[in-house]
Ligand binder design. Structure first.
Ligand SMILES: Cc1cc2nc3c(=O)[nH]c(=O)nc-3n(C[C@H](O)[C@H](O)[C@H](O)COP(=O)(O)OP(=O)(O)OC[C@H]3O[C@@H](n4cnc5c(N)ncnc54)[C@H](O)[C@@H]3O)c2cc1C
Length: 364
């Protein structure tokens, strides 16, 4: 122990990097270490673009972080020994911490549906997106899930390969959470791009032949992309932190673990109370501010102050519909859709600016 406060940030996604950047400016005397299994920072919100062959920017994490005085360790965390306040890494020495920020994000979730893990692709992680790009048959694709990722994936695939057939399957109208105007625009653009939509389809099995629906119908396809939701790494659960049923770290109003006061959590792998008594949803839009806030809360307590509670309100949600169209749904503070919607090229431009801004906000 050198006397320096040792801060370890697990995960170099939007939340982890936002936290690290904040620590670097607010706690210059501390020893800050970021851990990620990947060497490159990849903009996760562009993985559907990467999956169809578009080049997306990547940054070398070591270079990025060390230029700001932050140590980077490329390794997968395998355990948190909470008694010893130590993170065990695969292939690198263990790291002792005084404060830990848990920001391991999320990954594909097969949702318990048989065959998904073996036969479906995903765009949840950079590795998943590359696998889809390199191994998928390109003549026909089934995208399962009418949420934001499914809509963006279907649009991008149809636009980039106009000769292919893309079928979007979901159990409700794609974009069902948005306003009627936004939903109608999504459907119009998907249909214009040639995407076939079936919004009453419940998939109960995926196989090498295709997908099986609840009514018994088999829809043939060599390429199925599963986008119905994300799961989280089980490291927190295995390490004895208090977690919810999905394995996300339970936090208080200052993003501190409810079971371990030297651990904070942010981003997709944290349960964070949001406006309207609802948990914040998994999003870049919530990962950035929670990462930043977690760092502020740690720094406040390092200085003997009690941090103010996290305050968060939603503003808008952006969806790309290929490279030339998009939908921006403005939101009420509690995430309910408001009246204002931007569409078309304006929507595409707005979304691109937001994605670029998020990348800038994360990079230290
Ligand atoms: C295709 C796609 C499009 C999206 N579009 C949008 C959008 O338009 N708007 C929006 O708000 N959200 C969007 N999202 C969701 C958004 O990307 C996530 O909510 C966000 O990335 C979460 O940030 P995070 O920092 O919590 O986790 P992540 O960005 O997932 O980062 C977690 C990091 O932890 C690392 N890690 C994981 N486990 C370990 C371990 N054991 N040891 C070491 N390192 C580990 C990972 O390598 C990763 O770098 C999209 C997601 C996808 C997949």
């Amino acid at each position: 122990m050198t006397g320096q406060h040792r801060i370890v940030v697990l995960g170099a996604g939007y939340a982890g990097l936002a936290a690290a950047r904040r620590f670097a400016s607010k706690a210059p005397g501390a020893q800050i270490t970021v851990v990620d299994g990947l060497a490159q920072y990849v903009e996760r919100v562009r993985l559907h673009q990467q999956a169809v062959g578009q080049r997306i920017s990547q940054w070398d994490l070591r270079e990025l972080l060390e230029s700001k005085g932050i140590q980077f360790v490329q390794a997968w965390a395998t355990e948190i020994d909470t008694d010893a306040a130590r993170v065990i890494l695969d292939g690198a020495p263990a790291l002792d911490y005084d404060s830990l920020v848990y920001a391991l994000g999320s990954k594909a979730d097969p949702a318990g549906v048989p065959g998904v893990a073996e036969h479906a692709f995903s765009v949840a992680t950079p590795e998943d997106a590359l696998q889809l790009l390199e191994q998928a048959a390109t003549d026909r694709m089934i995208v399962v899930g009418g949420g934001a990722t499914g809509i963006e994936m279907a649009a991008e695939a149809a636009e980039s390969r106009p000769d292919s057939r893309v079928l979007l399957l979901s159990s409700e109208e794609p974009g069902a959470w948005m306003s009627q105007r936004a939903r109608a625009h999504v459907r119009r653009v998907l249909e214009r791009l040639g995407v076939e939509i079936r919004s009453d389809a419940k998939v109960i099995e995926v196989s090498a032949e295709g997908v099986r629906l609840a009514d018994g119908e088999l829809i043939e396809s060599a390429t199925t992309v599963w986008t119905t939701g994300f799961g989280v790494p089980d490291l927190a659960r295995r390490s004895g932190l208090s977690v919810d049923a999905d394995g996300r770290v339970l936090t208080d109003a200052t993003l501190r673990s409810v079971s371990h006061p030297d651990v904070y959590a942010a981003g997709d792998s944290a349960v964070v109370d949001g406006p309207g008594d609802r948990e914040l949803r998994m999003a870049c839009a919530t990962a950035l501010p929670t990462g930043k806030y977690a760092a502020d809360a740690v720094v406040a307590r390092m200085r003997g102050r009690e941090p103010r509670k996290l305050r968060f309100r939603y503003v808008f949600q952006c969806l790309s519909l290929g490279r030339r169209d998009g939908v921006i749904q403005f939101l009420r503070a509690d995430d309910a859709p408001g009246r204002t919607v931007l569409t078309g090229r304006t929507g595409a431009w707005f979304k691109e600016q937001v994605v670029r801004g998020a990348g800038r906000a994360a990079r230290p």
